[in-house]
Write a protein that binds this ligand. Structure first.
Ligand code: SF4
Length: 496
């Protein structure tokens, strides 16, 4: 018998690892690694998602007639060795994995590796497009993807006559917070879920799963239909808005399913385009959503492989602060934006991209937190986390730790941005307009302090001209920097 080894983020019958496989001559191997599961403070809902989905996929394959060796082992390597010893497979095959370490694991264990079809742009295609260049413009990549995949195209022109509809999008939330929000459909939590929960290590954090996340392909397809029908039309205008107690707004919440294989990106973008073509979704929402998937997601995937493994250690701003207590859950905070978002992360292991980028990572950057610690934290705490997702998004996009390879300027912002794009500031102890004084917004104080700390570097970046002019005009920078010292001391002490 041959063995096909399936990882916990490759859970789809249509992926190439199972091409031509049948139960007569093929058995399946799946491994739960103690080193992977038990030694890091993963969010319970992340662990549950992967482990329950693996178990349900194994059941589907058993129903098809396959023998599935689903085993727990100290490590992935020892699990493979135990499988080989017990089943003596004639060969072991796996699909190209989604992580650098996974690739090294397969290469060092004599596993036959087949080319993956899990992404729309394979690294070989990216290499053909990008050549030997070291930096790549996301917008160029995105347009190339649109054309070659023939997504939202009318002949050789973009549907609707333009490539990008951002000027119609990214509105603040409605003043009263009320909008066309659509509730999350809860999935049943059954005995299998409870059994998986009971098996989780003590070190796992966060609330137990309550049915937000899909653990089967059929659930994921249902969530996709629901999103296309009820949510997608409003995605564009509110994609950057944030509201206390309304984490979903008009977001798909499908990344968790895509990132473990339950859904393929192509079926998602095809459904979005069909909704536009049927006149149910306006072009600004369809284009904005499709860009997130065939543009940003695939771009992040490819630069991960292009820049690993050195990329893990990028830290050009030399940020050394340990992750503050408010991130690890050992203190509360009077910052309403942070406390609200941290609660949502605790409750469901998820907030959308703007709280991640403009609140959590922005605050870590302007406070000088070590970018690798932030990367690991997001990878562990979010239900859709993976190294390939988090590393470029945190090191490159959010924290400017790669010196501008991915993003030409840092996404640093003070309280004014958060005040404009959310309703967090209304109920806050701090005042977003103030940069000094006991009630000054920590984001605002630290934003100016960050610019002052790095004025030499950013002074040479023409995209930062406006901010640097603003810095030169500040009439109380010394006072701001003194307040910043107090803010950072309170942050480290967990009293901010
Ligand atoms: Fe956050 Fe500052 Fe607004 Fe408070 S005032 S919610 S700390 S941005």
């Amino acid at each position: 018998m041959k063995t096909v080894w399936i990882f916990g983020d490759q859970l789809n019958r249509e992926l190439t690892h199972l091409d031509g496989a049948n139960p007569v001559d093929t058995q399946i191997l799946m491994i739960r690694s103690r080193r992977k599961v038990d030694t890091r403070p993963w969010h319970k809902q992340r662990l549950h998602l992967v482990l329950a989905s693996m178990e349900r996929f194994a059941e589907e394959l058993r129903t098809e007639g396959f023998t599935v060796d689903f085993r727990t082992a100290d490590t992935m390597s020892s699990g493979l060795a135990d499988h080989r010893a017990e089943f003596s497979p004639t060969s072991v095959r796996a699909m190209e994995p989604l992580s650098w370490d996974g690739q090294k694991l397969l290469e060092s264990n004599s596993v036959e590796i087949v080319k993956s079809n899990q992404m729309l742009c394979h690294v070989d295609d990216f290499a053909t497009w990008g050549g030997n260049k070291e930096t790549f413009r996301m917008e160029d990549f995105y347009r190339w993807q649109r054309k070659r995949l023939d997504i939202l195209m009318d002949g050789d022109q973009p549907a609707g006559g333009q490539w990008n509809w951002d000027h119609d999008n990214r509105n603040p939330p409605p003043k009263d917070g009320k909008g066309p929000w659509h509730a999350v459909t809860y999935k049943d939590v059954d005995d299998l879920d409870r059994r998986v929960m009971q098996s989780l290590p003590e070190i796992a954090v966060g609330a137990d799963p309550d049915g937000w996340w899909c653990t089967t392909r059929s659930q994921a397809l249902g969530q996709l239909d629901d999103f296309i029908e009820h949510v997608l039309p409003n995605f564009g205008p509110y994609e950057d808005a944030m509201l206390h107690d309304e984490p979903r707004l008009a977001h798909s919440m499908l990344s968790h399913a895509m990132n473990i294989g339950l859904l393929h990106p192509l079926e998602i973008v095809e459904a979005a385009e069909a909704s536009y073509r049927a006149g149910k979704t306006p072009i600004n929402s369809a284009e904005g959503f499709i860009r997130q998937i065939i543009g940003w997601r695939e771009y992040v995937w490819n630069v991960y492989w292009r820049w690993m493994p050195d990329y893990r250690h990028k830290n050009v701003l030399a940020n050394k602060r340990d992750l503050p207590p408010v991130y690890v859950g050992s203190s509360d905070t009077k910052m309403h934006c942070m406390s609200s978002i941290m609660k949502e992360v605790d409750d469901h292991a998820w907030v959308h991209h703007i709280p991640r980028l403009m609140v959590l990572a922005n605050f870590a950057m302007i406070s000088g937190v070590d970018p690798w610690q932030v990367t690991k934290w997001m990878w562990e705490r979010f239900v859709d986390g993976a190294e390939w997702v988090m590393l470029p998004n945190v090191i490159g996009m959010a924290m400017y730790a790669d010196g501008g390879r991915m993003s030409t300027k840092p996404y640093a912002a003070g309280g004014a941005y958060i005040n404009r794009m959310s309703n967090y500031c209304k109920g806050c102890h701090y005042d977003p307009k103030k940069r000094t004084g006991d009630d000054a917004c920590p984001f605002t104080t630290l934003y100016w302090d960050f610019l002052a700390r790095h004025r030499e570097r950013f002074g040479q970046n023409h995209r930062m001209n406006q901010q640097m002019v603003g810095l030169r005009r500040l009439n109380n920078l010394d006072e701001v920097r003194d307040r910043a010292k107090q803010v950072l001391a309170m942050l480290d002490a967990g009293t901010l």
